[in-house]
Each structure stands twice: as C-alpha cells, then as structure tokens.
Design a protein around this ligand. Structure first.
Ligand code: PMP
Length: 396
C-alpha cells in the first residue's frame, strides 16, 4: 500500500526549529520562530489567561459538545473586537462568526466554504505571504496567484503594482489580505492605501478575505482593526479570519474565529447554515477550553483591561527591540542603513539579509533565521541582542 509513497518536503520553518533544537552551542538564538518570547526568553502565560483559567477550573463545568459554531459568548466578543461594540454590522446582525481551530482553521473552513460558493474563482495572496496561505487555498482546490506587495528596493509597499494586479484578476477573485502586521515583511498598508485597495476590490467585485493574526501588536487593539472597520463601512461582503494564538499567547489551544459579513441578517443566516455543513464534515464542533478562556477574558471588564495591559507590554517590548537593533547596528558600523526595521510592524522583520548571510549566521554564530531573511524581533531580548547585532555586522 505505501511502497510508492514519497517523502513530503519538510516545512521549512519547523525544519529550522528541529535544527535549532539539535544545536548544542549554548549561546544559540532562534529568530526563525513565529512566536512571542518574553524578556526571559520564554513563551509567557498571561496573567489574564491564568485568572480566567482559575475561574473556569473552579466552576467544574461539564465538557459537553459545543454547538458547531462554538462558544456563543466568545463569537460575539470576537465581533466586538473586530468591528467595535457599537458597530452597525453587529446591530444589524449581518455578520456571522464561528469559533475555529486557530487562525489556520478559520482560513481552512473559509476556503472550503468559498470553494462551494465560488468553485471557479481564483485566489490571490500577497508576494510574499505567510506560506500557509497558498497551501491552504490550493488544498481547498483553488488556483493561487500572487499580487505584487513588497518592494524590496523601497522596503515598502508597491501600491501601484498591487492595484494593477488586483485589477487584472478575473471578476470575483478571492483576495487574501493581512489586516495588520504583515507576515513576513512587517510592512503594512497606510489607511489611504487601504482605501485605494478597497476601491479596486469594489470595482472588480472581488471577495476580500482579511486575515488578522496579530491584532494589538502594531499600535493597539482598536487601531490595528482599522482596515477591518474600513471594509465594514464599505458595505461590501467580506471574510475575516481571527487568531488569538499570539495576542493571548495561547498557541497550542488553537483559538481562532471566522467571521463572514453579508448584506443582511437573513442572508448571513443562510451563509452560516452552509458554513456549519463545512465544519460538521471537518471536525464536527470545536474544543471548549481555549475559546471559553478567551471569551471570559474579553467579556469580563477587569480581565479585559488586564489583557490589554499585558498585550501592550508585549507590543512595547518588541518596539524596544526594534529600536535597539537599529541603534546597535548603526553604532557598530553596519554597512547598511537598518532604520526601516523600526518602522516595520508586528513580530517580524524582513531584514534584507540574503540566504547566504542567513546561512553564515547559523553556521558561524548559532543564530537561526528564515532563509528569506525574515527574523522574529519578538525573539530578541537584552541578553541576546548584542550577539545578534555583532553577528549581522560580521556577515554583511
Ligand atoms: N495568518 C497569519 C498571517 C499568520 O502569521 C498565522 C500564524 N503564524 C496564522 C494566520 C495562523 O494562526 P494560528 O496559529 O492561530 O493558526
């Protein structure tokens, strides 16, 4: 049965982690990861999460099956986080939200549902994008193209190229957009650029699929959802996948959500009935723990305030690392201007390092980064940043 099965290629980032774990050099640093590490170099357990977990444990709640769309109070809290509590979208009931198995699960059920809705559509993702975007939509049966996004020469967005590519796609293409903290580049659209993109999407009747996996890591919870609110105000239908893996530091609990905005509550109800069919045949219904905890934090004012404070600390620590990295590289005489690193947003930076330079960082200095030059700024701390900037200066 299995004699002709070929070995699938390793996931490059997970492969990098394996190599890092096997490295015995004590001063090794892993900048290849996609997680936030505290100043102490650990994945934090947020205090707000700990308190909500305690409440939940003390309640001795039975663990029956959840409805297909998950914890209702969690789903409604997700909508408030995206659109704001007073939003017309929430009042009119034209948005439906389902809990999902992380942000990845939200993209997956969204992609599977879209395949039923628009079987012949083309999907377009940014160049570059989070690798799994292409894989997920291809696995759902769509052809996936790139639209121009990152302009390496300017370390910014190639807006003209992006708009041109979006215009050239067939009508009703599905456009995957990073709502904030673009992974891997750290380069986001300004609000004016978002407006220009929205206009083209409307003209072409494309279907926006906003992916928001780092809400709160750029400027703040509210600020980082500006693009989502822009689409909400536009009146056009769209999809949003949310992930709380990073913002709640709950990676392994798989807490995400898919929200779909329709023209009316009645239409949204029909859409949800179809989405439930997709979920039912994927995993039947989601797990209880993570979403219950996140729902408790979001819906309890004191816990919500504590969470926002803790998220703010994570954001500020990343910003400090960006600033220190720029300052140290300049002070150490780096042959290149790295000031753009401080302008990038979220956990990642497209550092501009080449594959050869990344290889040298690993082989000579035990510093691991993705071969594209993506580094996780959230893995830097006061103990390792000096060694990292020393090494970068050496390999340039
Ligand atoms: N979208 C983007 C842009 C991401 O970077 C990630 C996580 N790396 C996800 C979605 C998936 O998040 P999750 O871990 O919650 O599945």
């Amino acid at each position: 049965l299995f004699s002709a099965v070929e070995m699938a290629p390793r996931d490059p980032i997970l492969g990098l982690n394996e190599a890092f774990n096997a490295d015995t050099r004590p001063h090794k640093v892993n900048l290849g990861v996609g997680v936030y590490y505290s100043e102490a170099g650990r994945i934090p357990l947020l205090k707000a999460v700990e308190l909500a977990e305690k409440t939940r444990a003390e309640a001795h709640a039975p663990r029956g099956y959840l409805p297909i769309e998950g914890v209702g109070t969690y789903d409604s809290a997700v909508q408030k986080l995206l659109f704001g509590a007073d939003s017309e979208i929430i009042k009119s009931g034209r948005c439906v939200t389902s809990q999902a198995i992380g942000g990845t699960g939200a993209l997956k059920i969204g992609a599977d549902y879209l395949k039923r809705l628009l079987p012949d559509a083309v999907v377009a993702i940014s160049d570059p994008s989070w690798q799994n975007h292409r894989a997920l939509f291809e696995a759902a049966g769509f052809p996936v193209q790139n639209y121009r996004y990152y302009d390496a020469a300017r370390q910014g967005v190639d807006l003209e190229g992006m708009l041109e590519d979006l215009r050239q796609l067939p009508r009703q293409s599905i456009i995957v957009l990073h709502a904030c903290c673009h992974n891997p580049t750290g380069v986001d659209l300004s609000i004016e650029q978002w407006q220009a993109v929205l206009k083209v999407l409307q003209e072409c009747e494309h279907v926006p699929f906003l992916d928001i996996a780092y809400q709160g890591f750029a400027e703040g919870i509210y600020e980082d959802a500006a693009a989502v609110r822009l689409f909400a105000d536009s009146g056009m239908p769209f999809f949003v996948s949310s992930s709380f893996s990073k913002s709640f530091s709950l990676y392994g609990e798989r807490v995400g959500a898919l929200s779909i905005v329709a023209d009316s509550a009645e239409e949204a109800g029909r859409v949800m009935s179809q989405l439930k069919l997709v979920i039912r045949t994927n995993y039947s219904n989601p797990p209880t723990h993570g979403a219950t905890v996140v729902g408790l934090v979001l819906n309890t004012p004191e816990l919500n305030a504590l969470w926002q404070k803790e998220l703010g600390e994570m954001r500020e620590r990343i910003q400090l690392m960006r600033k220190l990295m720029v300052e140290q590289l300049a002070a150490k005489g780096a042959k290149r201007d790295f000031s753009f690193v401080a302008e990038q947003r979220g956990m990642f930076s497209y550092s501009g390092l080449t594959k050869e330079q990344v290889d040298r960082l690993r082989d000579e200095f035990a510093i691991y980064a993705v071969s594209s030059g993506r580094i996780c700024v959230a893995a830097l701390n006061l103990n390792n940043i000096d060694a990292v900037t020393d090494a970068i200066v050496q390999v340039l």
